[in-house]
Design a protein around this ligand. Structure first.
Ligand SMILES: CC(=O)N[C@H]1[C@@H](OP(=O)(O)OP(=O)(O)OC[C@H]2O[C@@H](n3ccc(=O)[nH]c3=O)[C@H](O)[C@@H]2O)O[C@H](CO)[C@@H](O)[C@@H]1O
Ligand SMILES: C=C(OP(=O)(O)O)C(=O)O
Length: 432
């Protein structure tokens, strides 16, 4: 097991290049096996979730060639099984995209109920409703989802809740169905658009992605493609907040500023400077920032995947802030950890009332999930003294070379083996 040791107090200064979006890449990789031709995917983030999904795909017979750290070639012509091993599924949420992809291509799939971050109950009823509307029989038994159809026929599907996963899964299953599918109340996140663009590059006919009505005309066959994944909105947002929290000055390269508007707007509102360029943003904070209200919402609202990071920043800002989590019911688990560092946050239902404090003190804390883990690292970058963040395997699910990117911005952070006392002492000496 590894942990991060952080010596706080240094502003982040410099440039950081943002990688490809994990949550787009997961949908795109699953989609890639829907053709028998070779697909080349560029700007792939080298993070744990992606590597697990690639292993799961290899496990059913897909040919995976890692051209380099960020480029992969996939050929799905030799897929011999539509049954995904539980070992992979329990580790990641997006394993459920293989359900839509396999059902779309082979009209059958068996996938265990997915894992992912424990941030709420996370039902998949809308995915199942969509598959059934396309004509599939779907059974959930002993933790396995079994979906089969003689043929898939396009239909009009209204999602009861705005769901990223269900929108992508229905796009996957329906793009090779007979006739036309309409998804209403669809999610509009940048990764929805990216998965749709990728499928279209393979010959699918998907219109309206990025709006709440997506129209899909089924096609018999998809073909090979070369595609570059969109920059990661959440990795970028995390570095923006880290820059602001440390009173730093960071230029983030390889981003789409439009995707970051909800985050930029909040930072500007509380007193940070945000400069936008064509494919970069610069965040500067010269002083302690102010308070605000944040409510998480589906895109283009403030992303739930940025809630722990912004709450951490607000816990250091002047005044009282209110953060309302409206997507997941269990996404405040980091609050107790932050309290150990000096934060004053009261959670009432889905609302956190934050009384800003001027200083955090270093502490031993544990990452409860991916984004909460990133938030604790931000807290450590600001805190007085040493902070130890353990359970960093959650953080590694979604941030490539996190500590290296932070080190390049001047942060004192090291990744060490929790059981190696010598290594820990050496790391502490190095960053003291
Ligand atoms: C791999 C991936 O891309 N994960 C993202 C995806 O998760 P995920 O796709 O799981 O999230 P959804 O958008 O589906 O969930 C949104 C809300 O809808 C509910 N719901 C969802 C599906 C369903 O069938 N029934 C139902 O009730 C969920 O419990 C939640 O309250 O979008 C979330 C919301 O932006 C992000 O936090 C996750 O990082
Ligand atoms: C919650 C997240 O991921 P997942 O849906 O894969 O658990 C996330 O990316 O913040």
């Amino acid at each position: 097991m590894e942990e991060y040791i952080i010596k706080g107090g240094k502003p982040l200064v410099g440039e950081v290049t943002i990688g490809g979006a994990k949550n787009a890449a997961l949908g795109i990789l699953a989609a890639a096996i829907m053709t028998d031709e070779t697909v080349t995917i560029d700007n792939l983030p080298d993070v744990r979730d992606i590597n697990v999904l690639l292993q799961a795909m290899e496990g059913i017979g897909a040919h995976i060639e890692r051209v380099n750290r960020h480029v992969v070639r996939i050929n799905g012509s030799n897929i011999g099984s539509v049954n995904i091993d539980y070992e992979y599924i329990r580790k990641i949420r997006a394993s459920y995209y293989l359900l839509g992809a396999l059902l779309g291509k082979y009209k059958k799939a068996q996938v265990a109920l997915p894992g992912g971050c424990n941030i709420g109950s996370r039902p998949i009823d809308q995915h199942i409703k969509g598959f059934k509307a396309l004509g599939a029989t779907v059974k959930v038994d002993q933790g396995m989802i079994d979906a089969q159809a003689d043929e898939l026929i396009g239909n009009h599907i209204y999602l009861d809740v705005v769901s990223v996963g269900a929108t992508i899964n229905i796009m996957l299953a329906s793009c090779m169905a007979e006739g036309k599918t309409i998804i209403e109340n669809a999610a509009k996140e940048p990764h929805i658009v990216d998965v749709a663009n990728f499928l279209n590059s393979m010959g699918a006919n998907i219109k309206g992605a990025g709006t709440d009505v997506i129209r899909i005309k089924g096609t018999d066959k998809l073909h090979g493609s070369e595609y570059s994944i969109v920059p990661d909105q959440i990795e970028a947002g995390t570095f923006m907040v880290a820059a602001a929290a440390t009173k730093g000055d960071v230029l983030l390269k390889n981003v789409i500023p439009k995707h970051l508007e909800a985050i930029s707007a909040k930072l500007v509102e509380i007193g940070a400077e945000v400069e936008e360029f064509d494919d970069a943003v610069r965040v500067i904070a010269k002083k302690r920032l102010g308070s605000t209200h944040v409510k998480t919402l589906p895109y283009p609202g403030f992303p739930t995947d940025m809630q722990p990071q912004i709450a951490t920043l607000l816990a250091l800002s002047e005044g009282t802030s209110i953060v309302t989590e409206s997507i997941f019911e269990n996404r405040f688990k980091y609050v107790d950890e932050l309290a150990r560092m000096g934060a004053t946050i009261t959670v009432e239902g889905n609302t956190a009332i934050i009384d800003g404090t001027e200083e955090f003190k270093g502490a031993i804390v544990s990452a409860p999930d991916l984004r909460a883990g990133a938030a604790l690292v931000i807290a450590g970058l600001v805190a007085d003294g040493f902070t130890y963040v353990d359970q960093i395997q959650y953080i590694q699910r979604g941030y490539e070379s996190f500590e290296e990117k932070l080190q390049a911005l001047g942060a004192s952070i090291e990744r060490v083996d929790v059981d190696d006392e010598k290594e820990i002492q050496k790391a502490k000496l190095k960053i003291s």
